[in-house]
Write a new protein. Structure first.
Length: 344
């Protein structure tokens, strides 16, 4: 009789453990974490201390607002003595990569915040300088009693101003979410699609302007053309190959990779390739701008100032494209890791 009671008791305990295991597997990660933590008799603060994170981070995990990164999830399973697949279901493995910020390293994220801030401020300064020049020209027109040309500036210059304004919006959005540590793949995708689409559309307008000028020169001078005709042809070709085509390809690849979540190596290679083209384009532009400064400015101080401003633009341009490559490959690796853990 006693043996039967012990046997039934042990079977009941096993059934309870089995049912608890099923329940833990079926509920969301945050609830699983809370139940496992309470069964272990730990507070949010004590768990956070062992993981070297803040209590608020643990609280956000349990509320389902955020997921820990995969390395932290492994540490959680060891500390709470639950298996990884019990703590995190296969479906939620992919959510870790999609709901968390693309860059989770604190140091890299701080560098990203600084870069976005510098880029947004630099574009704002460029527009402010152009607005100041416009105000000075307006004042001179009033004092000299002559009409003001409100369309002052070349087509290139007006396109650059519009592009800078769009970049301020795009990078300010990225800066805001990078500071809040909520720059998820979809939000990063919006930033990159906005960046590449601006290249495609606005530089496409520049290509159309160059092509019109080239066609006018070709008609007036003959298709063999003189040096002026060939100069417009080179401008059209260079702008088309360095900005318009990469901008279109980058926007499409960023949309499918970051926003739609298509973890294809082809998308990664396309984004990497257009970013490298952007870096090469920056190298060519800095050489062109310094050469033009030497041609038009005879004073050494003017050349030095122009070279300094061009070098600053060059460094920022390179940094943006390097950051795009880094974030793309970081997200790709996170997704691959999540898929491998899901299969296991």
């Amino acid at each position: 009789m006693g043996n039967e009671i012990l046997t039934s008791t042990s079977c009941a305990d096993e059934n309870i453990d089995f049912l608890e295991g099923i329940f833990l597997y079926m509920v969301e990660f945050g609830e699983q974490l809370r139940i496992a933590r309470e069964r272990k008799g730990m507070t949010q603060q004590s768990l956070a201390d062992q993981l070297f994170v803040s209590r608020q981070s643990v609280s956000r995990w349990e509320r389902g607002e955020r997921y820990p990164d995969l390395i932290t999830t492994k540490n959680l399973s060891q500390i709470l003595e639950v298996s990884l697949d019990t703590l995190l279901s296969g479906k939620e493995m992919t959510k870790v990569a999609e709901r968390n910020p693309v860059v989770e390293n604190k140091v890299v994220n701080n560098m990203t915040v600084a870069l976005y801030a510098i880029v947004a401020i630099s574009f704002f300064i460029k527009i402010a300088e152009r607005a100041m020049i416009f105000c000075i020209q307006s004042f001179k027109s009033l004092t000299e009693l002559r009409p003001m040309n409100y369309m002052h500036g070349s087509t290139d210059e007006r396109i650059v101003i519009l592009r800078n304004a769009v970049y301020i919006i795009v990078f300010s959005f990225a800066l805001y979410h990078a500071i809040k540590e909520t720059l998820t793949p979809k939000k990063m995708g919006l930033v990159m699609v906005g960046f590449f689409t601006t290249l495609f559309l606005l530089d496409g307008t520049t290509v159309a302007y160059y092509f019109t000028s080239f066609y006018s020169c070709a008609v007036s001078d003959g298709f063999i053309g003189n040096a002026n005709t060939m100069a417009w042809f080179r401008k059209t070709l260079v702008e088309f190959m360095q900005a318009t085509v990469p901008g279109g390809i980058g926007a499409v690849a960023s949309y499918f990779f970051f926003i739609r979540g298509k973890n294809h190596k082809m998308c990664v290679n396309m984004i990497t390739a257009v970013s490298i083209i952007g870096i090469i384009g920056n190298l060519l532009f800095i050489q062109h701008d310094i050469s033009k400064a030497r041609m038009f400015f005879t004073g050494a101080s003017m050349i030095t100032t122009t070279a300094r401003e061009t070098a600053a633009d060059f460094v920022l341009g390179i940094a943006v494209f390097v950051l795009i490559i880094y974030q793309t490959h970081t997200l790709y690796r996170k997704r691959i890791t999540a898929m491998n853990l899901k299969e296991k």
